[in-house]
Write a protein that binds this ligand. Structure first.
Ligand code: ZN
Length: 244
C-alpha cells in the first residue's frame, strides 16, 4: 500500500507521489500508522474495593445494604463487604467493541495518523487466538504500523436502588469507565507514551421504563456507558505523556 502523506503546516493530505503541499508549499511527510490493539482486561476481579468507595457512598456513608441487584453492586451480610458483578462478560465485550472505535474517532480528525478500522484489527487478532504470542507478528505483518496502542480497561455500571434516590429521580445509577494505555514504538520495540483517564456519567431515571425489579434497560445502560467511555478516551488521550 502506497503511504499517504500529510502536510504538517496546513494539515491537508497529499498525493503519495507528491513531495510538497499543493495548498501551502510545505514539505509533505508520511502518515504514521497506529494500530489499536485488542484490549487487556484489567478488572473488575479485584480484592480492593477502596478505590470505588467514593462512587458508592452518599453523604459520607457507604450503604451497600441499600444497593440491590444491579450490574455491579455491593453485597452486605458478609464478613467483608465486597463488590459483586453480574453481566461482566457482557459489559467487557461491549467495551472491547466500543472503545477502540472511540479512540479511532478521536485520532482520525488529527489527520496525521492512519488508524485501521478496529473491527478489522479484531478480525485479524482472532487469527491469533490459538497462539497469543504470535499476535504482534500477525499485526506487524498485516499492518506494518509505526505504533501500537495498547489500552487497558475497567468498565462498570452501578445502580442505586430506587429507595436511595426516591424523590430526586435524577441519578439512580451511573456508568464508570477507567482507561489506561501505552503507546509502543513498533520499530524500536519500546513504550514511548502512556496515559490514563476516567469517565463517569449518571443515569437519569426520569423517562426510562423500569421493570418491577427497577432494572435499568440494557440499551439505556449502554448509552450511559458509551458517554462515560467517550469522556475517558478523550481525557486519556489528552493526558498521554511521553516517556524518555
Ligand atoms: Zn500545506
Amino acid at each position: 500500500m502506497a503511504e499517504k502523506k500529510y502536510c504538517p503546516k496546513c494539515l491537508s493530505t497529499g498525493d503519495p507521489e507528491a513531495e510538497f503541499c499543493t495548498a501551502c508549499g510545505e514539505k509533505l511527510v508520511p502518515l504514521m500508522r497506529i494500530v489499536i490493539m485488542p484490549f487487556v482486561v484489567s478488572g473488575p476481579e479485584r480484592e480492593i474495593w477502596e478505590e470505588y468507595r467514593e462512587l458508592v457512598e452518599r453523604d459520607g456513608e457507604i450503604r451497600p445494604d441499600l444497593a440491590v441487584g444491579c450490574q455491579l453492586y455491593m453485597q452486605s451480610g458478609m464478613e467483608k463487604v465486597r463488590l459483586m458483578v453480574s453481566q461482566k462478560e457482557h459489559y467487557l465485550a461491549q467495551a472491547e467493541r466500543t472503545l477502540p472505535l472511540l479512540v479511532k474517532s478521536y485520532l482520525d480528525p488529527m489527520l496525521f495518523y492512519d488508524v485501521p478500522d478496529p473491527v478489522e484489527v479484531f478480525r485479524v487478532a482472532e487469527e491469533a487466538v490459538e497462539m497469543p504470542t504470535e499476535l504482534f507478528v500477525i499485526i506487524q505483518n498485516q499492518y506494518d504500523p509505526e505504533y501500537l496502542f495498547l489500552p487497558e480497561i475497567d468498565f462498570f455500571f452501578f445502580r442505586y436502588p430506587r429507595l436511595h434516590t426516591s424523590g430526586t429521580d435524577a441519578d439512580s445509577g451511573f456508568g464508570y469507565v477507567q482507561l489506561s494505555a501505552f503507546l509502543l514504538d513498533n520499530r524500536e520495540n519500546r513504550i514511548v507514551s502512556r496515559g490514563s483517564g476516567a469517565g463517569l456519567e449518571y443515569f437519569e431515571a426520569a423517562g426510562a421504563v423500569l421493570d418491577e425489579n427497577f432494572s435499568i434497560p440494557t440499551q439505556d445502560q449502554l448509552e450511559v456507558m458509551y458517554r462515560a467511555a467517550s469522556q475517558a478516551v478523550e481525557r486519556m488521550l489528552r493526558n498521554m505523556k511521553m516517556i524518555k
